[in-house]
Design a binder for this molecule. Structure first.
Ligand code: DGL
Length: 290
């Protein structure tokens, strides 16, 4: 028979063997994905980490994006997450493969990291009639060619056109959404994309910050162009993944708990984050040292 302290030990074991889903982005952008994840999986617990102090990642080298991302992933692992979603295209393009192939196999516990590029490329063919798809993203994501390589695997008939938009994340992070100057830079890059082919009928916003620019983007798009909402696609894909991977013992509540952490000061983060998330965000500050 269990004694009282044995029961509490059993409870503690159960408590710490259950885990949450970690969601990481360089800054605010991943909150657009988190919003869709919470909608699709309302009873799961999530921990969001934005590396705002070091954002943006878009123009950084492969090595630095990898180091920063790995550090944030390890923080999420150490803070109760067995599964982490890189809700950042730049990190998915430049760090995910190395983390999956080099870092995860060194661990003895069950952990995984998933990105946002693969789920998006798996479905893009269901949207395009002309088989011409446009991608906008950070310099890092576009130069990595990750979208071109992944789409080729699933839909070899699709022709992909890409445009790096280095200033868009800065416009978002500097709170310039809705300004006429922002409209100018959004139009500039979309015109360059559509000059490559006027027959593009599907646009992937290959950066999780870009949904914040949706009003400016829609103003410039030809009427028949469909924008793929990455948050919804990633959320559906995660739901499917969880069905196939019962080894992840995830906490559930009604409703699930969502916690927010940032490497910036929380008072800098909260206001802007609430706009992205569409709900009040109260974050805690954490410090990461390389
Ligand atoms: N939101 C990120 C992405 O999806 C990164 C933006 C950045 O830090 O440059 O690419």
């Amino acid at each position: 028979m269990f004694k009282a302290f044995d029961l509490s030990k059993a409870f503690l074991y159960l408590r710490f063997s259950m885990s949450k889903i970690g969601v990481f982005d360089s800054g605010y952008g991943g909150l657009t994905v988190l919003k869709s994840l919470v909608k699709e999986l309302p009873n799961h617990d999530f921990v969001y980490l934005g590396d705002n102090a070091r954002a943006p990642y878009g123009n950084r080298s492969f090595d630095i994006v990898y180091e920063y991302t790995l550090q944030c992933v390890n923080w999420l692992f150490d803070n109760g997450c067995d599964l982490v979603i890189l809700a950042c295209n730049t990190a998915s393009a430049k760090a995910l493969r190395q983390i999956q192939q080099v870092d995860l196999p060194k661990r003895s516990d069950i952990k995984n990291v998933l990105g946002v590029i693969r789920p998006t490329t798996e479905v893009v063919g269901n949207f395009s009639r002309t088989n011409q798809v446009g991608i906008v993203g950070t310099v890092g994501t576009i130069r990595s060619n990750s979208y071109v390589i992944e789409i080729e695997k699933f839909f070899p008939n699709i022709k992909v056109y890409q445009e790096a938009c280095p200033i868009w994340v800065h416009l978002v992070e500097n709170r310039l959404v809705g300004m006429s100057g922002t409209d100018f830079f959004v139009a500039h890059h979309l015109q360059k994309l559509f000059l490559q082919s006027p027959n593009i009928d599907t646009l992937i916003l290959g950066c999780t910050h870009y949904p914040l620019l949706i009003d400016s983007i829609e103003k410039c798009l030809p009427p028949n162009v469909k924008i793929i909402s990455q948050g919804e696609v990633v959320a559906k894909s995660l739901k499917q993944y969880l069905k196939l991977h019962p080894e992840f013992k995830l906490e559930k509540h009604k409703p699930g708990l969502v916690e927010f952490f940032t490497t910036e000061q929380y008072y800098e983060f909260n206001g802007m984050a609430s706009l992205f998330y569409g709900n009040t965000v109260t974050a805690e500050h954490i410090t990461l040292h390389l």
